[in-house]
Design a protein. Structure first.
Length: 225
């Protein structure tokens, strides 16, 4: 199952404005990125001795990179994002130990590992982009919300939802891991935890925290259409 919302606010100008204006940081985006990385890194099949090239596609302001550096100190790190302001922030903060490239999927180099963390749910052409990314690496890690309930009539940043079978079309060996992510800001807390108090008192259904799913895809066995 692959559900898509046709309304997509995720233009380059939209994200450029979020990073340039400081809205991303003000709304907790930096901390959310760190918490996402903390949750995901234990599921990556790489040891501390890994010395290949890791590319973070859709790296935002780059706040996962200190965790990548600590976990894989011998790896070469690359970040890619289409927001000029985001890349500028990345270079200012983490340019001493990582390389950052401005652009979209067309500028992704051939590397050992690509991480696409909480990116594809924003993209209209997500299925084709995943296929392109897999063609650029040996191992692709895609992390997205699991069975998220989309607002199909609204202007949510998330326009795609995913289940266990969402990447079967790539016909690549898959390893899947469902987990509860630490990447939650104050808005998520209000919508889930705080409102659950009133749901309980009103005998309404209690909502659980949004789960994430990690897909590990292997390039060498992909079959071209």
């Amino acid at each position: 199952m692959h559900i898509k919302n046709a309304n997509n606010v995720n233009t380059e100008s939209y994200w450029e404005n979020r990073f340039r204006s400081g809205d991303w940081e003000m709304m907790g985006g930096n901390n959310q990125t760190k918490l996402f990385a903390q949750s995901q890194i234990p599921f990556f099949h790489m040891t501390k001795k890994f010395s290949g090239v890791i590319c973070d596609f859709g790296c935002g302001a780059g706040d996962a990179f200190p965790l990548y550096k600590a976990s894989f100190p011998n790896a070469k790190l690359i970040g890619i994002d289409f927001s000029e302001s985001a890349i500028k922030l990345c270079r200012q903060k983490y340019g001493s130990f990582a390389t950052f490239i401005l652009g979209d999927v067309s500028v992704v180099p051939s590397v050992d590992v690509i991480i696409a963390s909480n990116v594809l749910e924003h993209l209209s052409d997500d299925k084709n982009i995943a296929k392109i990314l897999l063609g650029k690496c040996n191992y692709l890690y895609v992390i997205v919300p699991f069975r998220e309930q989309l607002n199909l009539e609204g202007n949510s940043e998330h326009i795609n939802t995913y289940d266990l079978n969402s990447f079967n079309y790539l016909r690549s060996p898959l390893r899947k891991k469902i987990f509860i992510s630490k990447g939650w800001d104050s808005r998520n807390f209000y919508q889930i935890e705080f409102k659950n108090i009133f749901r309980f008192l009103l005998c309404k259904e209690i909502k659980s925290r949004q789960k994430q799913i990690l897909f590990q895809l292997i390039r060498e066995n992909i079959i071209a259409d």
